[in-house]
Design a protein around this ligand. Structure first.
Ligand code: NAP
Length: 205
């Protein structure tokens, strides 16, 4: 943490759909790292997923807005959705740093599973020069898996990598999609307006 700089969280994810695990992770990160704001950034085209397996960005964006509207600290950005091509995190961070200015320190928050692949992301290692990383872990997740995947980089950038245990991340988007496909309820795993949006638009059937 650099003294005098404002700290902004960048919550990156596909959010297909957004659920309470994401919201709790963002709130915990904001409290623990004294973040002034958490910007939720739904990925436009997640670089590692086939486009036909991901719900239309318009739906994912609107669900993210519905889920975050009641919290003053949370905002939603369209930077990834409006940028054509794959949503590389290096481009997300460059754009947000430009928007927020050099006196802002960015904290990228995402799942530890996603982050353990970071060395395969575009510009991999150099991302650690751009911001801090908060790796949200599910119950039972072993940090050794994460450290092994990052190898010597984990030690080199240990001051920039912050694991964060989030028990509510027992909830997962893939489980919610699976439940709905099977005709089961997921109603209490995500905010009511998001549940109603999913039902109204027939998503995940
Ligand atoms: P993913 O592969 O769908 O997710 C991997 C795991 O992380 C899942 O368990 C997922 O749970 C969890 N997760 C994802 N976002 C989370 C968040 N914000 N907070 C807590 N847990 C989260 O990952 P993804 O969502 O598509 O991508 C995550 C971020 O990494 C996005 O911003 C994406 O653009 C970026 N990314 C960048 C590159 C690149 O630059 N080349 C490559 C891959 C990913 P849920 O399924 O429940 O969300």
């Amino acid at each position: 943490m650099t003294k005098g700089k404002r700290r902004i969280g960048v919550m990156g994810g596909t959010f297909d759909p957004i659920h309470y695990g994401h919201l709790v992770a963002a709130a915990e990160a904001a409290e623990e790292f004294r973040l002034e704001q958490v910007v939720f950034v739904p990925a436009g085209q997640p670089p590692h997923k086939r486009p036909e397996t991901v719900t239309d960005a318009r739906h994912r964006f609107l669900m993210t807005v519905l889920a975050t509207v009641a919290n003053d600290v949370f905002v939603v950005s369209r930077v990834d959705i409006d940028r054509p091509g794959p949503s590389y995190t290096v481009d997300t961070l460059t754009e947000l740093q430009r928007l927020y200015g050099p006196e802002t320190e960015l904290y990228f928050i995402t799942g530890a599973d996603a982050m353990s692949q970071i060395l395969q992301w575009k510009d991999g290692e150099s991302l650690f020069e751009m911001c801090h990383f908060i790796a949200a872990t599910r119950p039972g997740y072993s940090l050794m898996t994460f450290k092994k995947a990052l190898g010597p980089v984990a030690q080199k950038f240990k001051d920039r990598i912050h694991p964060l245990q989030v028990p509510a991340l027992a909830i997962s988007s893939s489980d919610i999609r699976h439940r709905i496909r099977q005709g089961r309820s997921a109603r209490y795993l995500l905010p009511d307006p998001v549940w109603h949006y999913i039902m109204k638009n027939g998503l995940y059937r």
